[in-house]
Design a protein. Structure first.
Length: 239
């Protein structure tokens, strides 16, 4: 369901928008607000997905209200309603999701709802794959939780992904995996190894001022080559 709040200081506008939105089975008209204060209170206490917001409220400027809503919950989509085309253009500077011109048309509302549906679908997909890596494994595409991943090794012309429970062999390159894991707690320590920093149990001195890494719960010891030593020390705060 799409949970919607309508904010407009004119009752007949709220009623008109309510009527048009009520035609969609997946729309839940949670509340209406006449003032900015009421709108912000509703956003704070209710789960709202979309706010249809009049850009010229008597109590406050709609653009200012949009900013305050974003401060409370940046995931809420703002649809600006205005009778003036120039305000619609300004609304894009606020990064609002959409604008609709008064008087409202059923076709335009349909277009906005379709865009909202598509956005929710894309956002759901992103949330599902966040915290995972995508690899090609045995002619299938597999998603692996990054929290389960201990280290990755390139050996015998293939990449091997190690978790405590399983090993996954893939043709996905270390470079591609390094890119996928750039935003989480992984580091390249060798031309053949990427390591999850959270699974490093010990850092063992080795020859020529290099190290080996003992992985928690596993017998493996991963070499840190000199080419990656500086970045490794910075990431683990070694002096």
């Amino acid at each position: 369901m799409i949970n919607i709040l309508i904010v407009d200081d004119e009752k007949h506008i709220r009623e008109e928008l309510n009527y048009l939105l009520s035609k969609f089975n997946d729309v839940n008209l949670c509340a209406e607000a006449e003032t900015a204060k009421e709108a912000l209170e509703i956003v704070e206490r209710m789960k709202i997905d979309v706010v249809f917001l009049d850009i010229q409220l008597r109590s406050s400027k709609g653009m200012l209200v949009a900013k305050k809503i974003a401060d409370i919950n940046s995931e809420i989509l703002i649809v600006m309603a205005t009778a003036h085309q120039e305000y619609a253009i300004q609304s894009y500077d606020l990064d609002v999701f959409d604008y609709i011109l008064k008087p409202f048309s059923e076709e335009r509302i349909q277009k906005t709802i379709s865009r909202i549906r598509e956005h929710k679908k894309e956002n759901k997909t992103l949330k599902e794959i966040r915290g995972k890596i995508c690899i090609s494994c045995n002619d299938k595409i597999k998603l692996i939780n990054t929290d389960d991943l201990c280290f990755i090794e390139y050996r015998d012309n293939q990449t091997i992904i190690f978790t405590h429970k399983e090993e996954y062999k893939t043709k996905t390159t270390l470079k591609d995996l390094e890119t996928q894991l750039a935003a989480v707690n992984f580091i390249r320590v060798h031309r053949a190894f990427i390591v999850n920093i959270d699974y490093i149990d010990e850092i063992i001195p080795w020859f020529n001022y290099t190290y080996k890494l003992k992985i928690k719960g596993m017998g493996n010891k991963i070499p840190v080559s000199r080419n990656y030593m500086k970045e490794f020390k910075e990431r683990v705060n070694m002096k």
